[in-house]
Structures are given as structure tokens and as C-alpha cells.
Design a protein around this ligand. Sequence first.
Ligand code: NAD
Length: 500
Amino acid sequence: MTKDLTADSIQAIAGGLTYRTEAFIGGQFVGSASGEVFATENPATGQRLAQIAACDQEDVDRAVASARAAFESGVWASQSPSDRKATLLKFADLIEGNATELAVLDALEAGKPITDCLEIDIPETIGCIRWHAEAVDKLYDQVSPTGPEHLGLIVREPIGVVGAVVPWNFPALMAVWKLGPALASGNSVLLKPAEQTSLSALRLAELAAEAGLPDGVLNVVPGFGETAGAAIGRHMDVDMVAFTGSTEVGRYFLQYAAESNLKRITLECGGKSPQVVMADVADLDSVAENAVNAAFWNMGENCSCGSRLIVHRDVRDALLEKIVAQTRAWTVGDPLDPATKIGSMIERPHMEKVLSHIRAGQSEGAKVVLGGNQTCQDSGGYFVEATIFDDVNNDMSIAREEIFGPVLSTITFDDVDDAIRIANDTSYGLAASLYTDNVHTAHRVARQLKAGNVSVNCYSEGDMSTPFGGYKESGFGGRDNGIHAHDQYTETKTIWMQLR
Ligand code: NAD
């Protein structure tokens, strides 16, 4: 996708874009009821991009009413699965037809490298919608093992009105991880993008309408968490909230549900993922390549970021040397330049938070072996150097807190049991990577790591066919992706019939 694009041609595309800035409710773009707006900026320049409708309780009420009416009318929920599939496949085709625009929107608003947006985020966005569309007319319900006098049907039904509250780090992709299975299952959805990144979500809603999704089935209410997000969480007529974001905010949604209608809540939250490297690995170049990608891809603003490198003393120095050398080749700079590997942090306060974590690591005695500072100040944006620490122990704050920035902490171990103990000594449990050339160690340790996703001899979250989500404080109530995701968005009903 990127081969014909240059920094200049992408700049030209960015300069020619028209932004959708109003809420999308009942099939129409509309201003917020209060008339309030908020600014969205390009974090790579500090410049304002647009003013977005700031939705609050009243807008959420309107969107819920529209979603409820669409759901109860059966205009989508009662369509045959194959008809829903056809519409969603059209939606995916339209995303593909507008892929460059969506990629540029995400690069502009989130400071993400355009090459990643073009080659990973948007292709996976398209793939996600297609996968769930293709799955939905291949799912069978069940008949229970009764005697001849009864018929026990176990059927799945859409849950109703689903609120999807998502983060800014993969704006389009995190939205469709919810929309794909929720819409395929027949629900009506209310999507609240993160306040930093509303533009691709609003464009996706427009494309879904163009594909033939009936009015009211997908609504987008941009706005702040404390207003629009909380209104969705507390709403008495929202049946479920699917949330991706921080563990701190995830806890609020459990509280909102408890204080309102006991709506179903699923949480995909933060992580502090270990990368465990055993002494038996021969190909340290490959480990280094994966470790750098795990730590610095998406600027480390990635829930499954492999931020703790837990490495055997015998290979530590050799591996660290390779990791540092490879990281030097990761260009930091303008997200719209296809050569850029590390873009900007999402906003100034977040950059400052990342820098303060780095200072804390230094003051606790860890050694910076690369980076450690703000960079590219001339841009007006919020860039942080890829930063590598050595001499970290697992009690230091940089080993315990989710930094959500380009910071890798190296922790050394001497025996395997110690490595497993350190890897699991965290309140999180989203992902883990393991590097070993011994098949017995691979199987045994993969089972011992307490994480929802363990990748062996690679850094990976699997693909659209495999469930993704966390143990411990990384997740709650379900999994994204794969056929397991459909379970979240459906109710199970028993129909028990007396036969004569
Ligand atoms: P965040 O928790 O600050 O915000 C997420 C969403 O919640 C946003 O839409 C925000 O507006 C909303 N929100 C914020 N405060 C709220 C409140 N009081 N009530 C209701 N809604 C509220 O997270 P973020 O900074 O956007 O994203 C980063 C976090 O997301 C990291 O912790 C990261 O690990 C996590 N994440 C997890 C996954 C996963 O699949 N597990 C994927 C991506 C990101």
C-alpha cells in the first residue's frame, strides 16, 4: 500500500481531507445538543486539526433511543445472518476503498507512523469486519439431549444496545474489534471514541451507512470520558458496554453497571508484559528483532507492549547489544513520512508522564543504555526517544507501572523458576513472549505464564481467529477477536417445549 506514497504525497492527501466532526445519530451527522465542541490536535505538531461535537448525557440519550428503536424494530437484528453478512462485507469493501484516507486520519490524530496505519491498522480493520461477517452465517445453535417428550433449544440472541468505549492507540482498529462481532450478531451500537481520536470513527460510521447499515444501528458519540463515557456506563437502557482502555477507567465501568442496570461489562485493559529469553536461544538476532518490535512498535503505546525484557545472564550482554543496535535504526519523526518508525506520543500530558517514568527509573538506580529524553522539539510535537534501561529489578516503578511509551526495562535472571516468578509478579496479565530453542521449556513455561496471550519465539497477539484478552487486572468478562468474541455480544436463551 505504501510503495507509491511519499512524505509529500501523504502531506498532500492530509491537506485535502474533509473531516466529519459532528456526532452520528440515527443515520445523520448532528451537532451536540449543547452546541459544545472540543478541539482535536495533531500531536506531531501541536496544531489544532478540528473542532468536534462534545456529546454529553443528552446526546447519549438520543443515541440510545435511536439504537433501541432500531433494535426493537428488527430492521437489523431480525435480518438473516447472511443478509447481515452481505452488508458488512460491503462495509469492509468501502473501508478498503477509503483505506488511505482512514490511515491518514489515524496518523494525523494519534501521531502514529503512516506506514503502520497503511500496512497494519487499516488492513486489520478491513480483515476484522470481513472475518466476523463471514463467521456469522456459519454459527449453529444447539439442541439439548432430552427425551422424546421434550425439545430443548439453546439459542443465541443479540444482547440489544451495546456501548463501545474505546482508546486512542489504534483508533479505527479498536473500534472495529467491538463493531465487527457486535454488529454481526445483530446488536445496535453506540460507539464512543477516545476524545483524542474521533475522526476515523466518524468516517467509519458514514461508510457503514453507505454500505446499507440501517439508521440507528451504528451511532457515534464523540466526547469526554467523564461526560459521554460515564453517561453510556450509567445508562439504564444500554444492555452492555464493551470497553478497551486503562484498568483505572475499566473499574469505573464495573461501578457504573453496579449502580445502574447491571449491564454486561467486558474490559480489555492495560498490561506490563514480560518477554522472557532463555539462555538456550541460538538466534539472538531474531530475538532482538522481535523484542524491539514488542517494545517500540506504536511508540510503546500498545496494551501488549513487551515492556519487561527478562533475560538470562548468559545471553544478556550479547542480546542487549543487538537490541540497542537495532533500535538505533528505528527513525523517530514525522508520522506522515513513510520512513518513520516512531511517531509522537498522543498528547503533551502523556509525553510528560512517560518522561517522568524515565526520571523515576533513573532515580531508583536503573541505568539508561539508550535514549531517555524528549526529542524533535522543533516540530512542536510530543516525541520521546526509544529508551532502554538495564539493571532494572522488578520492584522498581518502571517494571511495575504501565508506562505506555517507548521504554524497555531489562531484568536479569539466573534460573528458569526465577524468570517465571518475575514474569508473573505483576498485577497485569495481558500478554507474554517466551524465547527458547527447547521444545519442552516452550510448552512448560508457556503454560506457567499467567497471561491471556503467550507467544513463543515471536512477538504476536495471534490473528483475527484467536481470542485476545487478559488475566488478572488486564481484563474482565470476555475476549476480543475470534469466534469467542461473539459470546460477549449475545444472550443464551433456553426454549423448552412439551411435545404432544
Ligand atoms: P482510558 O482508559 O483513559 O480511556 C479509554 C476510553 O474510556 C476513552 O474513550 C475515554 O474517553 C473513556 N473514559 C475515560 N474516563 C472515563 C470515565 N471516567 N468514564 C467513562 N469513560 C471514560 O485509556 P486510553 O488512555 O484511551 O488508552 C490507553 C489504555 O488502553 C492503556 O491502559 C492500554 O493498555 C489500554 N488498551 C488495552 C487494549 C486491550 O485490548 N487490552 C487495547 C488498547 C489499549
